[in-house]
Write a protein of this length. Structure first.
Length: 434
């Protein structure tokens, strides 16, 4: 992330500077940042830079200055520039990110980069598609054989062919296989043209160990479905951030083996279907802990803040998503609809702490909606806790916030696309992988 970009402008050009950078590029004018020595001119911010346009008596335009300003809507920037009479040239050599070049009113050459990659939606499943079972987090050896067999049998009844990755059952002292083995399994699955989808077998603790070693160019050029949740959140959001590949938060072996009709319905709609999916609440929900399953009537979606929004889906397991903070794998939160859940290990105070950390990240003030997954009973999270949590953040009062949605560590659960589009309308949720 850039901290300080310097350009120059001729005397008495402040109004023209504001018209271009604030008016056309929609950057925000700010006071001079603390600790910066430069004086005079106008200061602006974007998600990735503080831009200082200084006033110089002996001004010379910067023909080779490429500030690399980033924008979530590059097409909108291009349209505004063209309408104002500025020449715009697109350059795709930075693929998979798009960028354009233009000049400001003072002939400074400006580079504008799309902050979010052009999304890549993998082909959907069909009869005879090949699914590879893979263990990016905990080992398949930690899954009961009956669950494995029941899940494979279910996938086969859907017309799918199933294989298991080479190192899926390997185990190290932390309950996973070594990172190099898991990376090799992922690379092999993406590179294998016969594999149509990768289904993660279970969650765990260590998917983030793989991120620095992945070949993101390989993944981007061999797009295919990747599905899982919980600890897989790190992998899904990192892959979308680095490649633009839409992945899926959805059931793994245990949830599939239960053959719940609601879970299977949304699994099939999202991974086989091509139409937008409207999410309805389940009739009942189940929480399994310590060998016991408690079934409760579902009260439906809970509106914490009413409104409408359309944005790109990010998130999953909150504490796992937060592991990406400060790394190159953390996603751009601007114009995002966050889907957030956590498991039995959290309680209201720790979830609030993790949520505060997420909302302190760059771009969080521009999220356009939030959907909270259902909490397990042991968390003791209540509607009162959630309403109080939302009340702490004024920006959340102006966007839709929905809770008690069917995803997370209870069942059933719907499948949703990370990097896809969510439309929120009061208590209604519509999903689209494109």
């Amino acid at each position: 992330m850039l901290d300080h970009v310097q350009l120059a402008a001729p005397p008495a050009s402040e109004d023209a500077t504001r018209a271009f950078y604030a008016g056309l590029l929609h950057m925000k004018e700010v006071e001079k940042p603390v600790g910066v020595r430069a004086t005079g001119g106008v200061w602006f911010t974007s998600h990735a830079a503080a831009l200082h346009v200084g006033i110089e008596q002996n001004f010379q335009p910067a023909k080779k200055a490429h500030p690399g300003l980033t924008f979530p809507d590059l097409d909108g920037v291009a349209e505004r520039l063209r309408k104002a009479g500025h020449l715009v040239t697109f350059d795709d050599r930075l693929a998979p990110r798009r960028r354009l070049f233009t000049e400001d009113p003072f002939k400074n050459r400006i580079e504008c980069i799309e902050s979010q990659l052009t999304p890549i939606t993998p082909d959907k499943l069909k009869a005879d598609s090949h699914v590879r079972l893979l263990a990016p987090a905990s080992s398949l050896a930690r899954v009961d054989e009956k669950i494995i067999n029941d899940a494979i049998e279910l996938l086969e009844t859907l017309g799918l062919r199933v294989s298991i990755s080479q190192h899926a059952r390997a185990t190290n002292p932390f309950g996973s296989s070594d990172p190099a083995c898991r990376i090799d399994d992922l690379h092999s699955a993406f590179a294998d043209s016969s594999v149509d989808a990768i289904l993660c077998v279970r969650g765990g603790f260590s998917s983030n160990e793989l991120l620095a070693g992945l070949d993101y160019d390989l993944i981007r050029t061999h797009p295919k479905i990747l599905c899982g949740f919980s600890d897989i959140t790190a992998l899904s959001n990192a892959i979308f951030t680095k490649t633009g590949l839409v992945t899926y938060s959805g059931p793994m072996l245990r949830a599939l083996s239960s053959r719940d009709a609601y879970t299977l319905d949304y699994f099939k709609k999202m991974l086989f279907g091509v139409e937008p999916v409207s999410v309805r609440p389940s009739v009942n929900w189940h929480d399994s802990m310590d060998g016991r399953t408690i079934t409760s009537l579902n009260d439906g979606h809970l509106i914490l803040s009413s409104g409408q929004a359309r944005g790109r889906i990010l998130g999953g397991n909150l504490c796992t998503l937060n592991l990406l903070q400060g790394t190159p794998f953390f996603p751009d939160l601007r114009q995002a609809v966050l889907f957030l859940e956590d498991d039995y290990e959290v309680h209201p105070a720790t979830f609030a702490r993790d949520f505060a950390s997420l909302l302190a990240q760059p771009g969080a003030d521009e999220i356009c909606g939030i959907v909270f997954g259902r909490f397990q009973l042991t968390t003791k999270m209540t509607e009162e806790h959630l309403r109080y949590l939302v009340s702490l953040y004024p920006q959340l009062k102006t966007i839709p916030v929905i809770a008690n949605a069917d995803f997370g560590h209870t069942e059933p659960l719907f499948t949703f696309p990370i990097g896809g589009i969510a439309e929120l309308d009061h208590d209604q949720i519509t999903l689209n992988a494109k």
